[in-house]
Write a protein that binds this ligand. Structure first.
Ligand code: FES
Length: 106
């Protein structure tokens, strides 16, 4: 199979990554409900604290930041998810506390 065909497939589906994902996947919802309830502020705070852009992994490999369109719990907007845990009604001021639970020690 030509290498170009493999590349075509892995770059088409977002389930596949060309670089290893971080240990913890942070997903910030930017769906309509979350957007209107302050998700842009939450996302900005996550990016600032982790010093990482959407679709990228932090330099220490601990976090991968993803932006999603709806996590299915709009009543809790704004919502962010770390690994399998949902955090609802997230305020910008709470982001550091939430992320610190997943930060490496030392
Ligand atoms: S829009 Fe964010 S959970 Fe639905």
């Amino acid at each position: 199979m030509p290498l170009a065909r493999i590349y075509e497939v892995i770059t088409f589906y977002n389930f596949f990554k060309l670089t290893p994902p971080g240990k913890h996947k942070v997903a910030v919802c930017m769906g309509t409900a979350c957007y209107l309830k302050g998700a842009p502020e939450v996302l900005k705070e996550v990016k600032t604290i982790l010093n990482v852009e959407e679709g990228k992994t932090t330099k220490d490999g601990n976090f991968y930041l993803d932006v999603v369109r709806c996590l299915g719990c709009c009543g809790l907007a704004p919502v962010m998810k770390i690994d399998e845990k949902i955090y609802g009604k997230v305020k910008k001021q709470e982001v550091l506390e939430i992320l610190s639970k997943y930060m490496k020690e030392g």
